[in-house]
Design a protein around this ligand. Sequence first.
Ligand SMILES: [Zn+2]
Length: 201
Amino acid sequence: MSNFYLDVLKDRLYTEKADSKQRRAAQTAIYLILDSLTRMLTPILAYTADEIWRYLPHRADDDAENVLYNSMPSTVAVDVDDDFIASWDRIHELRDTVKKSLEVVIKEKVVKASLETCVTLKASGEEYDFIEKVLPELKSVFIVSEVKLEKADNALSGELEVAVTKAEGEKCERCWSYSITVGSDSEHPTLCARCAAILGQ
Ligand SMILES: [Zn+2]
C-alpha cells in the first residue's frame, strides 16, 4: 500500500463531516482496496485473509463465511485522462522535493511535525502556473498547515525554491493544523474556522 495515499487520506477521514462526499469517497476507495487485497492474499496468507474477511462488509453475492470461495478481484475502471495522471506525477515530484526540506527542520528540532509548518514555494514560468493550478491540493499532499506560492526572484535559474517556516496561529484541537483562525468562532474557541464550520453544518 502506498504510504503517501494513506497519509494524505487521514485528514479527510478524521476531520471531514461524517457523510461528506470527500470522506465517503475515501472510505469507498479504502474498502475496494482492502476487499481486493484480501482476495488476492488468500492463497498465500490463508488465515490472515480469513480473519480480515470476517470483519469486512460484503456484497450480496459474496460468500461472507469463507474468503476462499470468492473470486479474484476484477479490475475497476477508473475514468481519468492522461493529463490527470501527468499532473499527479508532478505533484508527487513536488512532494518529494518539499519532503526533503521538511525532514531538515524536523531533524533540527525546529518543529516536531510537518503540520507545524508553512511551506513557501518560489517558482517561475510554467512551473509557477502549474503550482498555482494545484495549490488547493498541496496542503493535504505535504501534510502542512499552509502553502504559499511566490514568483521566484531569480527566474533565470528555473529552480524551484522551497522555504519552510513555522506556521502562524494556534494549533486546532480537532485537526491539529495551525491556523490564525483558531478561536474565531466563539462557540468553538479551540478550533480553526474549517473545523468550526464542519461541526456547525
Ligand atoms: Zn481544525
